[in-house]
Design a binder for this molecule. Sequence first.
Ligand code: DGL
Length: 278
Amino acid sequence: MATGSGRRRPRVSNPIGVFDSGLGGLTVVREIRRRLPSESIVYFGDIARLPYGIKSKEQILSYSIQNTLFLVKRKVKAVVIACNSSSSAAFRFLKNHFRLPVIDVIEPAVQSAFVGIHRNGVRIGVLATSSTIATGAYEKAIHKKDPSAKVFQMACPLFVPLVEEGWREGKIVRDIVKYYLRPIKRFRPESLILGCTHYPLLRPVIQREMGPAVRLIDSAKPTVEKLSSLLNENELSYPDSRRGFLKIYVSDLPRNFIRVGETFLGEKLHHVELVRQK
Ligand code: DGL
């Protein structure tokens, strides 16, 4: 299988496709709209099948292929996998089997964790879902950059439901964060990667718990930097003076959808359409 936008080159005015298991990937969309405002975006949030973070690699790969095909049908010129669990399970496959540029969130976050570090043996912590950690994708990407780097990974399964409930502060959140971070604090990392779409929303509590010396890495900014260079390299950037459109597709419309979505996106949700994935 080698697929993409057919034989013809995609037009520069075509949208960028972004997908996630739910609405967390809207943090990446928010950064695209800030950094590349003229680009249009088609987003797919697979809310009906969320969470991906506890599923097998094979299942996540299969969902990720379907999500990419859905975006390709909407004539996107590039695909951003704005989900760490999908990036860890499916990036290689999607990159090798689709003709259009595909960007993950793991490699850019890892690059960012090394910025300003000019010696070997750096200590990097990773917080992510259970399935992302099980694939070893972060560890591999870190060791590719520096085989002597020391890595400590921690799955934090309760962070996703906390954020989905809109709980980002308060005693219960602080206690749960403290519980998960205890072993990683003992490890004393220099950088700590927030390797899940939802975790950046708990950033203030995590930063307070880790202390100001630990650099927290959120993948949205480095991912969009990478997207921007890839669009330039492929002559696919759209430097227009008008703001691009944002169209959001979701596979379910749960009750708290608007509140959660707007928290991630940082603006009002418009143009949302329900599509059923089979
Ligand atoms: N989007 C997922 C990730 O970044 C988090 C939510 C889920 O488990 O589906 O890993």
